[in-house]
Design a protein around this ligand. Structure first.
Ligand SMILES: Cc1cc2nc3c(=O)[nH]c(=O)nc-3n(C[C@H](O)[C@H](O)[C@H](O)COP(=O)(O)OP(=O)(O)OC[C@H]3O[C@@H](n4cnc5c(N)ncnc54)[C@H](O)[C@@H]3O)c2cc1C
Length: 312
């Protein structure tokens, strides 16, 4: 027997919990499935300095615990589980079926998708070990901690170029490591990089190892044409090789762009199917911040509430 509910929230990052707070306060009795990463991406970082309301900054995991408590305070039913299959109705007022962990069947009037995105890393041991100790996938989030210091940016696309120019304003020196002999970034972004004095671009260059025991002390770079290795002393390593939106479940069901980000209509969180909404990084490849995710989470709950209101 399927459990029948008004509002199902898939994902427990800032978007999901904010949607839950609003939906619960609107008496929609939301049920949330957290996915494998309860609390979302912020649980992988220790310092969050830019979320409003924490004048001294906070720890990512602690902040997400606060959001969870706030959502539960208003009656959100937070459950550990993965949405594994969806059968969304294409009709106004239709019932959306979601299967959790291959077995639990939920029938929801509205579904808020907040499954986020996953930053891509190189995957080498030293990089993985030093995530949070100088290795980061987000210059906007962590750049400030490297003020006046030397850093490396890995990547060759628009995001890498943007992160490098952002960091160049804060850091003393930025070295970009580009695997091929050219950059993929747009001509405009390449131009911004080349006219920024404190950015150096090294082509045909990859990271062989991130140096340091508990914190980053440098990188050993390798020229993939000559094999020559060079040590670059830096305190921060920014990996900017892209993100993967967690949208595989919705392929062929919901409209998404060619990189897998869900498409929402205009300024709303509405997807192409009535009663199905998307919030946070899953529908935002532009800003990807906790506060913007939370903002769209609020919007999704309001959109869902209005959708149900209009049916009644
Ligand atoms: C290392 C790091 C540091 C960062 N630091 C900052 C910072 O200082 N400030 C800032 O503003 N931003 C920061 N960010 C960015 C910020 O974390 C994201 O923008 C934000 O978490 C996005 O929130 P979200 O709710 O969209 O999704 P996410 O946080 O990505 O959460 C997605 C959720 O969906 C769940 N999920 C996925 N698939 C399923 C499924 N099939 N079923 C159920 N659940 C599912 C996951 O378990 C997870 O709970 C940082 C990111 C990283 C990686």
């Amino acid at each position: 027997m399927a459990e029948k509910i008004k509002c199902l929230i898939i994902g427990s990052g800032p978007a999901g919990y904010t949607a839950a707070i609003y939906a619960a306060r609107a008496d929609m009795k939301p049920v949330m499935y957290t996915g494998m990463q309860m609390g979302g991406q912020l649980t992988t970082t220790t310092e969050v300095d830019n979320f409003p309301g924490y004048p001294k900054g906070t720890d990512g995991t602690a902040m997400m615990e606060d959001l969870k408590s706030q959502a539960e305070r208003f009656g959100t039913d937070v459950r550990f589980g993965m949405a594994t299959k969806v059968e969304f109705s294409g009709k106004e007022g239709g019932v959306h079926k979601v299967i959790v962990d291959e077995s639990t069947e939920i029938e929801a009037q509205t579904v808020i998708i907040s499954t986020g995105a996953t930053a891509k890393y190189l995957g080498i041991e030293s990089e993985q070990r030093l995530i949070g100790g100088g290795v980061s996938a987000c210059a906007t989030c962590d750049g400030f901690f490297y003020k006046g210091q030397d850093v490396v940016v890995v990547g060759a696309g628009d995001t890498a170029a943007e992160e490098a120019t952002y960091l160049a304003n804060i850091c003393s020196k930025v070295t970009m490591l580009v695997r091929k002999d050219y950059m993929r970034a747009s001509k405009a972004m390449q131009h911004r990089v080349s006219k920024t004095e404190n950015i150096t671009v090294l082509y045909n260059t990859e990271i062989d190892e991130v140096l340091g025991e508990n914190v980053v002390e440098g990188v050993r770079a390798v020229n993939n044409q000559t094999g020559e290795k060079t040590e670059i002393p830096v305190t921060g390593v920014f990996i900017a090789i892209g993100h993967k939106p967690n949208s595989d479940l919705f392929k062929g069901v919901l409209d998404m762009d060619d990189t897998g980000y869900l498409i929402t209509k205009g300024k709303s969180t509405k997807t192409n199917l009535p009663g199905v909404f998307a919030a946070g990084d899953i529908q935002d490849k532009e800003y990807r911040q906790a506060v913007t995710a939370a903002g769209t989470g609020c919007m999704a709950a309001l959109d869902a509430e209005r959708y149900i209101g209009a049916l009644e």
